[in-house]
Design a protein around this ligand. Sequence first.
Ligand code: ARG
Length: 592
Amino acid sequence: MAIALRTSLANKVLQALRGVSNIDTLPIESQLVSALQINPYSAKTRIELQLPLYTVVGQRKNHVEKNFMLRQGSEIIEKFETNDSVTGISLSPPESKIPFLNFHLDISCYCRNLLSDILGTREEDYVSRKLFSLPREQIVIEYSSPNIAKPFHVGHLRSTIHGNFLSNLFLALGQNVKRLNYLGDWGTQFGLLQFGLDQGWFSWEEISKNPIRSLLEIYVKANTMAEKDESVAARARGLFQRLESGDEELSKNWKEIREFTVTELRQTYARLGVKFDEFNWESQYGIKELGDVLSILEKSGRLITKAEGTKVVRLNDQRTVTLVKSDGSSLYLTRDVAAAIDRWNRFPFRRMFYVVDNAQSDHFVALKSLLSFMDHTWASNIEHVKFGRIKGMSTRKGTIVFLSDLLDEAHTRMKAKQIASPNTRVVVEENPEITDILAISAVVINDLKQRRQRDYTFNWDDALQDKGDTGIRLQYTHSRLHSLEKLCGVHLPDELLSLNTRLIKEPELINVMRDLGMFHQVLQDSYNQLEPCVLVRYLFDLSHSLGVALKTMPVKNQEEELAQVRLAIFSASKRILSIGLKILGVQPLQQM
Ligand code: ARG
């Protein structure tokens, strides 16, 4: 529930509590506003705010005897004086673990305030201005981070989707966000690629037309050869060494490969609606960039040079990591250390997130330990946002190698569903962009509805259903609300507080209003847990409540005041749905 509304209701509750002699309202005043964030709870036709009794009796949770609390509670109830916003009070059943006081809110007052709050604020300001008041902090979020000339696998897809969500959420909360894509453009695969180029397997022209596909083909072919034939492997290593030592011709090829790949990647990101502030490259960060860091570690005795020339650091009794190879070159971990320091210098962050799959947990533990060994206290601002694996995500051609194949397949399947569905309103053939947005909504929501760390199995039919809990369903609800607004012929009054909310009586509408009041708590939970599924499931619930209300509570051909108040509820719902979808990285559709 929005802050202003919460504060005003809190004041009303306090007012009423002041009439109760054995309560000293002063100590609970500050707790009350935040405690009122507890979800407005609806007993069908009522909206309540629940407050744990211990906050009212002014003691700590574990130190109050329950019977004492219940006695206090009954006394409060007896003496409580209602007012125009808080019309009653009750105690939760005695068997409940934590006793709650339930304040019954006057529905029309609650609705009037909430509706004018949602509809009277610009959509893009609603979250940061009305819901949250976080201090503006620097946040760095790294996500997607695929490797050049290697498959963009489903792990990268999840990273992209989840990182995009986190960025949108923190941006909506008014944070100062830097979105980074850290591309793997360094490593022995470039030796293999150069070997393949030398064999003339592909012309530059072919590569420029279809970079990701042809480079992967070269890589796979060269890799297979190198596995069988050591002389090929040695030549590839040699080529990479030449690149590392700055060979001009090889550097030129490598840069070109990068450019081609990135151009193609950018198209896919645009299709997904995913944005970045910067593309960073692994190759930017070598031993050189670590500067004196290595010698500091060496002096402190942490960095040990082994007989064969590798430099290692002992993290703990069980684990040693290598930072410098025997030929003096860097490793993935070394480059991450240098990159983290560079990021800190450029954007001193309060939090930095690495959105990378579970499998790299050890890597990020090592990264944080190394940084703290170097006395970078900000190492504790780093968080590895991990996620589980997706199983069974494949297209008709087989397991997914190219993200564009996945999106194309989603598009084709979606189109067939649209053509078959009685709910389709647009001419499918003429609106491929709508099909594409629907297809992407299905894939994105299907992923974000899962608990982040859990592995899950992908299934096309589940993801693309128009009933049940899918992105299609959410889009359907949104576009229905949109056409209702356009076609009902009713207009909202300029003064939103003049809406006659006394007319809201039916549980169908009260349920929707209760859901709308929960948006704040949901975003807060989603933010605290860095879990999109909390928001997704909320939107599913809202969409279910709306499904019932849209069917039973017409706006058209009703008496004006009634039509207006119903329209206000549907318009406010459309806003919340739209804000929620955009945070999840889905573009809300107006028709489908
Ligand atoms: N490119 C890496 C991979 O595909 C992921 C990079 C994750 N980010 C990082 N800073 N290490 O496995």
